[in-house]
Design a protein around this ligand. Sequence first.
Ligand SMILES: Nc1ncnc2c1ncn2[C@@H]1O[C@H](COP(=O)(O)OP(=O)(O)OP(=O)(O)O)[C@@H](O)[C@H]1O
Length: 268
Amino acid sequence: MLKLFEHETLDVQNLSEEETAIRVEKLNLQFGQKHVLHNISMRIPKNRITSLIGQSGCGKSTLISCFNRMNDLAPDCRYDGSIFIGGRDINRRKENVSQLRTQVGMVFQRPNPFPMSIYDNVCYGLRLQGIRVRRYLDDAVEQSLKDAALWEEVKDRLFESAHILSGGQQQRLVIARALALKPDILLLDEPTSALDPLTTLFIEELMASLKKRCTIVIVTHNMQQAARVSDYTAFLHQGKLIEYADSDTLFTMPEHKQTEDYITGRYG
Ligand SMILES: Nc1ncnc2c1ncn2[C@@H]1O[C@H](COP(=O)(O)OP(=O)(O)OP(=O)(O)O)[C@@H](O)[C@H]1O
């Protein structure tokens, strides 16, 4: 399979600490009585794209949301196990969650620009951090929009409402908003499912270029997309991690029958 960027294939079962962006250890999660994630352990490599795939309801969004503690927003959510990012267990009680969400940015399925100008959207997080110096904000806005491949399309209308942008432009704007905070990790939860095929390809190319600066984890229902953009793929079934390998191996020589059934469309 042809990848947008080629590099050495790592063995995700034996990643060193230096190669690891996220280390998940025996993670279990419940919403009320419903046990959603079962004893997940995995290491996600730095500066690579890793896809999470599996049937609807298998726990992909829940797992990705653990990486910046978004599940804390659900009142009946309980979890145990560890998730190490940047050398610390982010599941510990005293974790600074707003700082974590700066380090680990998240983009959702539906583009969600704030009801304000393009400029204000991009520097929203910087202003929350107390940054007011106009020159600094101007530079950050320009750089983030360039990194998100949106600058040329919006540079003459930065102070217009973000809602005038198309869906694909809004999604890139939301990515620029996350990039302005210089995240180490970018979580993308079905980032292209609301977009047309051409815009999808554009966002996929953007992801490939972004992995030079950060680690990307993406939830996708689209198997071709997972095979095309991601270096590594994890297959989940009913909240369990069934198989996790480099994408070429997982899609061409899956080890488990459940994986094979899923990727060949026998269920899901
Ligand atoms: N806040 C919540 N409260 C209660 N149950 C939840 C909550 N969020 C998710 N769930 C349940 O957890 C399970 C896993 O959901 P999740 O959204 O992680 O699956 P998914 O694999 O991402 O599905 P999809 O592909 O359809 O988005 C589902 O049964 C879902 O109903």
